[in-house]
Design a protein around this ligand. Structure first.
Ligand code: B12
Ligand code: SF4
Length: 489
């Protein structure tokens, strides 16, 4: 069959991101014998016009629409992508009667609501490699698709699991023998414009952080890839596209310990030269691990610390205490890694004292950069959302298509001013909900100058501090005017 995969993501902040998930699905469909093309809407002035041309020329039998983001997850400067996604479906409907199959992480978070909002023919929540290929086979044979994990039809969940499935089903292991089909897209353009490529070494997360969707999206156990296979892919990437930095897109790279350490040892054993960055947890991050990662090419680590206050860490369901967070930061800095601390303020139970404790500790830890979110995004099915609904503090129907955030009332008035003051004083803080992380023009300029890797790394230099802090000189103390694209609950 002729299969057109459409990458709907047009977000370029903090960077344009290569659609790795779509490339995996494209590889699987191609391996199954289908003719696959991709319409990538990320670049260009008139992407919908380009899409029109591609649909007319290719005349697809099936269209797979990859929806990565629902919104930018930032409050109060929330950007909701639903209208953008609707416009893509409208164009497709005007041009072809081919069934439209929705998929991707954004879709998987709220599949039922997205099916209705976008009027999809089919939808696949969770991983697409196996399910999409099975759906294609059924459509090709004119059969009713049956027993496909995570499948949604117009009437709701179509898999035999049935029920009110917001949680996608996951494969038992890694989809072996399938590398992402990067050749279907212009990967080099993402390296140039986004400053890095991307690689996945495992799926899933065993931790139970209260607000987090990753265990829902990828499953709550780790499914690791063979280290040799990961390094083969990295070597092939460096050969095919020239040296470039990569981001490991795993929920957290450094756990389980032996997995990341085997990958680092394999990189070192083969002498592969690659700069990379990743998300990491402070859990079990010691001196040995930090040094090994640095030796293997890691030059930026995003630590999902969230808070440096024991009570708040425990309320967020984190599996470490403040002392562990402080030590992990120290070991990474000692090893020469650049560290970005990511924080969440305003989750249930937050007090002015816990906000102050976290801010003071992070200032002392002196990481390269800090990204602090104001308010916590409530996603369906997470432990936090479920408990707020059970306590009657949030209505079940408030959690749906529109982005919903929780800001603890006790700190709601205090947070914007306090965080902006921290950002002004420290110079290396980014507050995505309160000020744009970077202006598109500056981003293009920096990438045009050949600056690669995550841009937060630039915040290590004093002149960048000066530029960055000027944005918080006159703090905006209001939460902004609420608009229909987001909810505070
Ligand atoms: C790594 C990551 C990042 C990195 C990316 C670095 C890089 N160079 O790749 C960084 C830090 C830059 C980043 C930024 C952002 N991210 Co992010 N990110 C992730 C993360 C952890 C992994 C994404 C990934 O690559 N997965 C690996 C691929 C293989 O999986 P996949 O894309 O899900 O694809 C599979 C399925 O979805 C499915 N599938 C995909 N397409 C299709 C199509 C069809 C037809 C079918 C059937 C199936 C299918 O099959 C694929 C293979 O199994 C996810 C969370 C997660 N665990 O998924 C968040 C996530 C995607 N990010 C999210 C967000 C919000 C953002 C930002 C907007 C945050 C911000 N304000 O800056 C930006 C947007 C950037 C952009 N330009 O789009 C949200 C999106 C949900 C939402 N609220 O909208 C997620 C889900 C996290 C969350 N909060 O739950 N992100
Ligand atoms: S926040 Fe990180 S460690 Fe916690 S569940 Fe999510 S991915 Fe896992």
């Amino acid at each position: 069959m002729r299969v057109l995969l459409v990458s709907a993501n047009r977000e370029r902040i903090p960077d344009p991101i290569f659609p790795l998930g779509l490339a995996y699905v494209g590889a699987a469909a191609r391996q199954a014998g289908h003719e696959v093309r991709v319409a990538d809407l990320c670049f260009g002035r008139a992407p919908l016009q380009a899409l029109t041309g591609q649909v007319r020329r290719f005349q697809p039998d099936v269209v797979g629409l990859s929806l990565r983001n629902v919104d930018n997850a930032a409050y109060p400067r929330t950007v909701d992508y639903l209208d953008q996604h609707r416009a893509v479906v409208d164009v497709l409907r005007g041009l072809t009667t081919a069934p439209v199959v929705l998929g991707g992480s954004g879709f998987s978070i709220i599949p039922q609501a997205y099916m209705q909002a976008l009027d999809g023919d089919w939808g696949i929540a969770g991983e697409g490699e196996v399910a999409f290929v099975r759906l294609l086979a059924a459509l090709q044979d004119g059969r009713k698709p049956d027993g496909i994990a995570g499948l949604f039809g117009r009437d709701g969940p179509a898999s035999s699991s049935g029920g009110e499935a917001t949680v996608p089903l996951h494969h038992r292991g890694w989809p072996d023998g399938c590398w992402p089909a990067r050749d279907l897209l212009d990967y080099s353009r993402y390296i140039r414009r986004g400053g890095m490529g991307n690689v996945q070494t495992k799926r899933g997360c065993v931790f139970k952080c209260s607000y987090c969707t990753y265990p829902l999206l990828e499953g709550n156990r780790f499914r690791t890839r063979d280290a040799a296979d990961v390094v083969d892919e990295i070597e092939a990437l460096m050969q095919d596209y020239g040296p470039h930095p990569v981001f490991f897109v795993d929920s957290i790279l450094n756990f389980p310990r032996n997995h990341v350490e085997t990958i680092c040892e394999e990189i070192l054993r083969r002498g592969v030269k690659v700069r990379w960055s990743c998300y990491a947890t402070p859990v079990k991050l010691d001196r040995h691990q930090a040094r090994l990662m640095a030796a293997a090419g890691c030059d930026g680590i995003e630590l999902g610390t969230d808070a440096v206050d024991d009570d708040q860490l425990s309320r967020l369901g984190k599996s470490f205490d403040a002392e562990t967070a402080i030590k992990a930061n120290l070991y990474c800095m000692e090893a020469g890694l650049r560290v970005c601390q990511t924080l969440i303020f305003g989750a249930p139970g937050e007090t002015q004292a816990s906000v102050r404790a976290t801010c003071a500790a992070v200032r002392r830890m002196n990481p390269t950069a800090v990204v602090a979110m104001t308010g916590v995004r409530l996603y369906p099915g997470t432990p936090l959302t479920n408990s707020l609904i059970a306590q009657g503090r949030v209505a079940k129907d408030a959690i749906g298509l529109l982005p919903a955030f929780y800001v603890e009332p006790e700190v709601a008035g205090f947070l914007p001013r306090h965080l902006q003051m921290q950002a002004y004083q420290a110079g290396n803080w980014v507050l995505p909900g309160l000020a744009a992380p970077i202006l598109p023009g500056s981003q293009r300029l920096l990438r045009g100058l050949g600056i690669s890797g995550p841009l937060w790394r630039l915040l290590q230099s004093p002149w960048m501090h000066a530029l960055n802090r000027s944005r918080f000189k006159h703090p905006n103390t209001s939460w902004g005017v609420p608009h229909p694209g987001r909810k505070v609950v």
